[in-house]
Design a protein around this ligand. Structure first.
Ligand SMILES: Nc1ncnc2c1ncn2[C@@H]1O[C@H](COP(=O)(O)OP(=O)(O)OP(=O)(O)O)[C@@H](O)[C@H]1O
Ligand SMILES: N[C@@H](CCO)C(=O)O
Length: 319
């Protein structure tokens, strides 16, 4: 290969990045709040060469596009490449364990993971904020809109607040230890569809209630006040519309609250539902409740009992 001698580009090396699932919105914070989970995670293997172009393959059964402009990972890399002067190309293999259309940030895991891997191979020349900006180009391909509420926690870990995307202003929030139970009923809800059904106007009385809840939730995280977190996990704007797309939603929510969940709701644009708990045993009990609800409806479901992921997308291997 024809490589510049002093380059900090890691030609000939191969990197593996773990890209976590994320829960966007956190019930009341549509498009502005999100958190990273320990489980599930996608994997991206990537190498850099002096052969221009982005070559994508999938080691999973999801039949996603490999054209870089159509695959969210490729779209994010194309955006990143606009800031790279050298003539380089990337080869990547994506192994998806986060099912597309799940509401668990499947698209964000690929776009965020791709730019984290590329940045490492390019000698860490970009900031985390730059990476969030590039990865949002992937979200635009997936849902038609740039939003960072999955991307930011996927890259930075923990819980993030997107105060603004133009210009990008991201605040990382501390939070007390919490367990997360997630059920993914095996139906697909595309984010683009789940956005189209939303009303474009909001009543002032609903807006007042919603921003009270958002402020309460953020204060609850920062003050480690579980009761305040629980009281604030309420959405009077998006959930009443979107929950109609999710069979079993009301039953899961009611039974989980009765079993001691702090609260929860739709994960991202659905159909996954998440519940936060203070204790591991409560989170386990809720997983049984969730399974029972979907078994009784005759719908297959996949359940995760997990915790917050404070690391975000992580480099596991560099060979
Ligand atoms: N690498 C990729 N990973 C996942 N989805 C991809 C990828 N490339 C393209 N897509 C497309 O993005 C869409 C899935 O994204 P979508 O936002 O609907 O689901 P999600 O990321 O699971 O949901 P949410 O953002 O609510 O958590 C599908 O249309 C899929 O074909
Ligand atoms: N905030 C986004 C997350 C899903 O990608 C939505 O709810 O549409």
């Amino acid at each position: 290969m024809n490589q510049p001698e002093q380059s900090s580009i890691l030609y000939g090396r191969k990197i593996t990045v773990e890209c976590p699932a994320t829960v966007a919105n956190l019930v009341c914070g549509f498009d502005i709040l999100g958190m990273a989970l320990k489980d599930p995670q996608d994997l991206i293997e990537m190498s850099v060469s002096d052969q221009p172009g982005i070559r994508i393959s999938h080691a999973d059964g999801y039949d996603l596009p490999t054209d870089p402009a159509q695959n969210v990972a490729g779209a994010a890399l194309l955006d990143l490449m606009q800031g790279v002067e050298e003539s380089v190309g990337f080869d990547l293999t994506i192994t998806k364990l986060i099912k597309p259309g799940s509401g668990l940030g499947s698209s964000a895991a690929s776009s965020a993971g791709a730019v984290v891997a590329a940045n490492q191979l390019l000698g860490n020349r970009f900031s985390q904020k730059d990476l969030v900006r590039f990865a949002m180009a992937g979200e635009k391909v997936a849902s038609g809109v740039k939003h960072a509420d999955n991307i930011a926690p996927c890259i930075m870990g923990g819980i993030t607040l997107i105060r603004s995307i133009f210009p990008l202003d991201i605040i990382q929030l501390s939070a007390p230890p919490m367990y997360v139970t997630v059920v993914h009923p095996q139906i697909e809800v595309r984010t683009s569809d789940a956005r189209q059904i939303l009303r474009k106007e909001v009543l002032l009385k609903d807006a007042i209630r919603q921003w009270g809840n958002i402020a309460g939730l953020v204060a609850g995280f920062l003050q480690k006040d579980y009761d305040l977190i629980g009281r604030s996990l309420e959405d009077v704007i998006i959930e009443p519309v979107r929950s109609i797309l999710i069979p079993g939603f009301d039953e899961v929510k009611k039974a989980s609250r009765e079993a001691g969940a702090l609260g929860g709701g739709i994960s991202g644009s659905g159909p996954s539902i998440f519940m936060l708990s203070r204790e591991a045993a409560t989170a386990q009990n809720i997983s049984v409740i969730m399974k029972d609800v979907y078994d009784s409806l005759g719908i297959d479901s996949k359940i995760y009992v997990t915790t917050l992921n404070n690391e975000g997308a992580t480099i596991r291997n560099l060979t």
